[in-house]
Each structure stands twice: as C-alpha cells, then as structure tokens.
Design a protein around this ligand. Structure first.
Ligand code: DX5
Ligand code: ZN
Length: 230
C-alpha cells in the first residue's frame, strides 16, 4: 500500500515545510499536480517549483500532469526530481510517444483515465506502464466528492492486471478519505492519493496511520484480488 498526500491541499504559503511535514509523518510518496490552465481550468505549479521542493526532501515524487501538452514539461520535470510521471489517456494518439519519453528519461511511467472516459481506452498501454491512475473525481481541483461509479473501473484494472500477469500499481485520486480509500482497496487499488483528507489534518502522522488501517481493513488478501473483482 502506498499513501501519497497531494500537495495541492497543503498550505500554499509554506510549500517546502508542508512537503517535509508529509515525509516526516510517514507518507510513502508525495503527489504533485501539474495543471496548465488548458487541460484543466486551473493553474498550479511547474518544474521550478518541483526542483525547490526536491531540495528539501527525498520522498518519491508522483507527478500527475493534467496538461494539454505534457511533452513541454516532461524533460524539465525529470531534471527537477520527478520519480514517476503520469499523463492522461485522453491525449489520444500522443499517449504512446509520451509514455516512451518518460521511460527513456529513466522515470516510472503512469497513465491516468478521467471519469467520463471508458477504462478500455488504457488497454493498448497496459504492458508499458508502472501505474494506472483511475481518477475518482473530474480532474482540476481538490475537495471534490468521490465518484462511486469509478469502483468498477478499479475492479476491471485489477482483473486485467491479474489475467495478463502484469504488476502496474492501481492508483486512485480524488475524494479519497478513510472510507473511500477502503472501498477502493476492496476493489483492487494499492496507491491512494489524498489531498484535503490528509493535509487538512493538524496531525498528519495520525491521519496517515488511520488511513493505513482503513485500507488494510478494506483490502482483500492479495491472492484473492482478482477473484474478488469479478
Ligand atoms: C484533482 C487532483 C488531486 C487533488 C485531490 O484533480 O488530481 O490530486 O489534489 O484532492 P482531494 O483529495 O482533496 O480530492
Ligand atoms: Zn492528482
């Protein structure tokens, strides 16, 4: 299980301290949302910001590119300290070259699918990725309610992983708190991004421990993942 607090929900006046706080509290990864004002309406931060945060912590950076032209940022994000970069399947025939580019830079490769998009769109790429991100809210902002209807997508992703003997992570992002994390774990997810429900807590360490317990209680024993999803 990997818990990845999303920095989008932190105190923006204290980015570096917040990144350190998450690492010290026991987060496994830090989730960094790059929003370009085109793919989604909002703007967040870019490679220079990632570089600054990298200088204060060694925690793995899980970088989620909600960008219409991720190719513009991938190399600078790699240099800035990203460990994993995720692009959206909605970019169509540019997805293949983007995944290849991320891999060629020696980084882990992620592919995301937004709520309105059929999960079957990711099938051609399954054997090229390290992580499949099932968005559980429409991308663009934090604090949105979890969309229950995404649970079958997680189950499907777990079935494909089992049937094809692949080992990509299944990540969920959007509206993740203890209850929804447990439901996602039951469906087969193993990476949990959470902004508001974690950074909103004064005691981040306690909040992470609580979420870890909820996920453990929700998750079926490993061997039964695929059967449970059917
Ligand atoms: C949403 C972003 C998320 C966001 C999640 O578009 O991709 O990473 O920070 O925030 P919460 O957990 O508040 O829904
Ligand atoms: Zn995200």
């Amino acid at each position: 299980m990997i818990l990845a607090p999303s920095l989008l929900a932190c105190d923006f006046g204290r980015f570096a301290d917040e990144a350190r706080r998450a690492a010290k509290a026991g987060a496994d990864w830090l989730h960094l949302d790059i929003m370009d004002g085109h793919f989604v309406q909002e703007l967040s931060f870019g490679p220079e910001f990632v570089r600054v945060i990298r200088s204060v912590t060694r925690i793995p950076f899980d970088v989620h590119l909600m960008c219409a032209r991720p190719e513009v940022f991938i190399e600078s994000l790699a240099r800035a300290g990203a460990n994993l970069m995720t692009v959206h399947v909605e970019l169509g025939d540019r997805v293949g070259p983007l995944l290849w580019k991320i891999r060629s830079l020696g980084k882990l490769v992620g592919l995301a699918v937004s709520p309105p998009t059929a999960v079957s769109q990711v099938v051609p790429y399954l054997n090229q990725i390290d992580l499949l991100l099932i968005m559980t809210v429409n991308p663009g902002s934090g604090g949105e309610p979890f969309i229950q209807e995404m649970l079958p997508k997680i189950q499907q992703a777990a079935i494909w992983r089992h049937e094809r003997s692949l080992n990509y992570h299944i990540e969920v992002d959007g509206g993740i708190d203890c209850a929804t994390a447990a439901a996602c774990a039951r469906a087969g997810a193993d990476v949990f991004v959470s902004g508001t429900a974690l950074f909103g807590q004064r005691h981040l360490k306690r909040a992470l421990e609580k979420m870890r317990r909820a996920v453990t209680a929700g998750a079926p024993p490993l061997a039964t993942h695929a059967t449970a999803a059917r």
